[in-house]
Design a protein around this ligand. Structure first.
Ligand code: HEM
Length: 302
């Protein structure tokens, strides 16, 4: 199939003929639609809830530091920080439930069966091809091979996605135990609440560290995206980026004649600017939280 990129490679394996075009400088007339409006809204709500949970949670965890005292004063005191924490947790549970419902809708209207959704070419589940692409990427990092040709979801995007499922299960269930200790100790021993506190606290630290370093790097800080990738906020990706970042998806869309149906005019400039401001605030808060945690762990003592 003719494309303006040399893409041919069996099973998404590296092709030495891949051409990586430069970043587009002027606004394109039409862009590829990667995320629906609901998906974008859910991601924005997830950001708001996660940053609120991390800010309030870390101010409780490191309450012996001067920054935590200042932060909790700003939030209205440690007790109010606790209320904000619980409200943000409800928002996160709401986002998760809505996403599951969205998957069900996707299965019903687009994929027609769970099998097609879970095991089709665009699956979010890890596959053997992801393992191959992971290994090929490591080789590429070491200068021992070309960049692999990725499809709709890369292995690191799948990893980030399932980290949320894992996080909700562990942090969410232990958080509920801390919230409703009397209910939980009706069927579990009292010592479970102590264990739940440790698990909740340490898993929260891991999640915060991961999201605000690895996830931020993978999405925004790698050279092709630096300083920010707005795709998940605008829902749109310039066609040149789709060809460069996800050549297998591009090829499949061209082959099935679906590409044209997935192109739209870019978001209005004012929307893009507002989105950028929101994303910059989120990125800055995330990085600041990491710096405060590192400071507390290295220099502050109980
Ligand atoms: C999603 C559901 C969650 C629920 C239901 C929940 C609930 C709670 C509750 C009830 C507490 C005790 C607060 C208090 O004593 O006033 C707490 C503490 C805490 N939460 Fe959460 N939380 C959730 C998610 C998170 C997330 C996503 C993070 C971090 C990213 C987090 C970080 C923390 C931390 C660090 C503490 C303090 C633990 C300590 O004292 O060492 N929580 N949480």
């Amino acid at each position: 199939m003719p494309t303006d990129l040399e893409l041919r490679a069996p099973d998404g394996q590296p092709s030495s003929r891949t051409v990586v075009p430069d970043r587009e400088t002027k606004r394109p007339e039409r862009e590829f639609v990667r995320f629906t409006r609901l998906q974008r809204a859910l991601h924005a709500c997830m950001i708001i809830s996660f940053i609120s949970l991390a800010l309030t949670g870390m101010s409780l965890k490191f309450s012996y530091t001067a920054w935590a005292v200042m932060l909790s004063r700003l939030l209205g005191g440690f007790q109010t920080a606790g209320y904000i924490h619980r409200t943000a947790a409800l928002l996160m549970f709401g986002v998760f439930a809505t996403h599951l419902y969205d998957l069900y809708r996707l299965k019903k209207h687009e994929y027609k069966s769970w099998r097609a959704l879970l095991f089709g070419p665009n699956t979010m589940l890890p596959t053997r091809q992801d393992l191959k692409q992971f290994l090929a990427t490591m080789k590429w990092f070491l200068g021992m091979g070309p960049r692999p040709l990725y499809g709709r979801w890369t292995y690191w995007e799948k990893f980030d996605y399932f980290a949320v499922f894992w996080g909700i299960a562990i942090i969410g269930s232990t958080g509920l135990a801390l919230w409703f200790p009397i209910l939980f100790t009706r069927f579990l021993p009292g010592s479970f609440i102590n264990v739940a506190t440790i698990i909740h606290s340490d898993e929260a630290l891991l999640a915060t560290g991961f999201i605000f370093t690895v996830h931020f790097f993978n999405t925004h800080l790698r050279p092709e995206k630096f300083p920010m990738d707005t795709t998940v906020f605008t829902g749109h990706m310039p066609l040149a980026e789709l060809k460069r970042d996800k050549p297998l998806e591009y090829e499949a869309l061209v082959a099935s004649g679906q590409l044209e149906a997935n192109m739209e005019e870019p978001q209005p400039e004012i929307v893009v600017r507002t989105i950028r401001a929101f994303a910059w605030i989120a990125l800055s808060l995330g990085f600041s939280i990491v710096v405060l945690i590192i400071y507390a762990m290295l220099f502050a003592y109980r």
